[in-house]
Write a protein that binds this ligand. Structure first.
Ligand code: PLP
Length: 429
């Protein structure tokens, strides 16, 4: 019997098996037919503390019996208020920078990015209405970026086969080269030049570009990019959808650069990865540009489930875990384990370019045919699965992004499988 389910990023014509998962706990997924997988990529970068965390599960159950959902235009509820206050308390801050002071809820990373872009353009639009500035419309982006799969989010992301069908609809952006090692200054110069043309905003994934291939750049460059934008009055949007919630070693990646963005998008780990929720944080000037006695100037954005109360209760439980438990300690331990093992894996001639940041580690497999569409990624994925591991390589880039509860024995197993994969699929094999 064929299933009517249409899966994301899945070529159904290849009839690749689609395993069914029955339940999960910690870093483990239990398959319906028996068998267990280590979830080495946190179920696509969302699970932070581990699957089915008891505190988060309990918060969801309790809220589901109390207030399940509420229209959020003109009404509010405790969990949303609590999460908004918690986010503001935990958000990056720095001397001399306007703090992030307002929280707009939505449902996914893509919508959080759409909201960020709409806020930035709304800011300039409203300033122009008041004659305080020229309207600005252009968005600057970093080469190789990924910001989501809705039309606006695709527009600010790298163009390629994954969005070619919609390219006529995507809006034009200015692309700044990725600050690769040795080319940092060229990237900064390009940003400086582009900023002179008065764009509305620059959107970046801080410290590491995820879907673009786990490309890492230094905090000092992030800091410099933010400074260039500030000098030119260009709004700085940080997409912390992947990097947030401890992934890079600190709660938010921006902290490592000592910067406060004008707008910041968070999602994925905001509920510990249990249920969809997202938030876009903004500084007071962004909010104030929309605040008025004129009803026409309100921020025109909503979705039916904005600030869903069950999702907010899960996020509140996640924030409590962050406040009360030594999450950063666990992250440091996992990061240490990853960095040591990825370095030894790089000794194998099958691998190159080992890199690690916080709880993210990546390495490139030297394989004969290594493009995004080559079948190396699905073959690696199938091999890992046979060996009890959920992986989803990006072309020939194998990366790990495990939940923070992954223990050293599990980590050893993960790396033993990678070692074997190198021997089996690497060019030297
Ligand atoms: C995953 C991701 C998004 C999109 O988030 P969704 O919840 O999948 O819509 C946006 N930006 C970055 C950096 C991401 O990694």
């Amino acid at each position: 019997m064929t299933s009517p389910v249409w899966h994301p990023f899945t070529q159904h014509g290849l009839n690749e098996p689609i395993p069914r998962v029955e339940c999960a706990e910690g870093a483990l997924l239990h398959l319906s037919g028996g068998g267990t997988l280590i979830d080495a990529i946190s179920s696509w970068w969302v699970t932070t503390h581990g699957h089915c965390h008891p505190r988060i599960a309990a918060a969801i159950a309790e809220q589901a019996g109390k207030l399940d959902q509420l229209i959020f235009a003109g009404y509010t509820h405790g969990p949303a208020e609590e999460v908004a206050r918690g986010l503001i308390d935990l958000a990056p801050r720095a001397p001399g920078c306007d703090p992030l002071a307002h929280v707009f809820f939505s449902d996914s990373g893509s919508t959080a990015v759409e909201v960020a872009l709409k806020m930035a353009l709304g800011y300039w639009h409203n300033l122009a209405l008041d004659g305080q500035a020229e309207a600005r419309h252009r968005i600057l982006v970093l080469q190789h970026s990924y910001h989501g799969d809705t039309i606006g989010a695709m527009s600010v992301g790298e163009r390629g086969v994954y969005n070619a069908a919609w390219s006529p609809l995507l809006f034009d952006v200015g692309t700044i080269p990725f600050p690769a090692e040795g080319k940092e200054q060229a990237a900064l110069d390009a940003l400086e030049t582009a900023c002179r043309e008065k764009p509305a905003a620059f959107i970046v994934e801080p410290l590491i570009l995820g879907a673009g291939g786990m490309l890492i750049y230094p905090a000092s460059i992030l800091r410099e990019m933010a400074a260039i934008c500030a000098r030119h009055d260009v709004l700085f949007i940080a997409d912390e959808v992947m990097t947030g919630w401890g992934r890079t070693g600190t709660l938010f990646a921006c902290e490592q650069a000592g910067i406060v963005p004008d707008i910041m998008a968070v999602a994925k780990g905001i509920t510990g990865g249990a249920i969809p929720l997202a938030a876009t944080l903004a500084t007071s000037p962004i909010f104030e540009a929309h605040r008025s006695t004129d009803r026409a100037r309100l921020f025109y954005h909503s979705s039916s489930y904005t600030a869903n109360s069950i999702a907010c209760a899960a996020a509140a439980a996640n924030l409590a875990i962050w406040r009360e438990e030594d999450v950063l300690g666990r992250i440091a331990a996992l990061g240490g384990g990853l960095s040591q093992r990825i370095a030894s894996l790089a000794a194998s001639p099958a691998f190159a370019n080992p890199r690690q940041l916080g709880t993210i580690a990546a390495i490139d497999l030297i394989a004969p045919d290594a493009g995004y569409l080559s079948d190396i990624a699905p073959r690696l994925r199938a091999f890992a699965q046979e060996k009890g591991l959920l992986l989803r390589p990006l072309g020939n880039t194998i990366y790990l992004m495990p939940p923070y509860c992954l223990d050293p024995d599990q980590l050893d197993h993960v790396f033993a499988v990678l070692q074997e994969a190198g021997e089996k699929f690497g060019l030297s094999a």
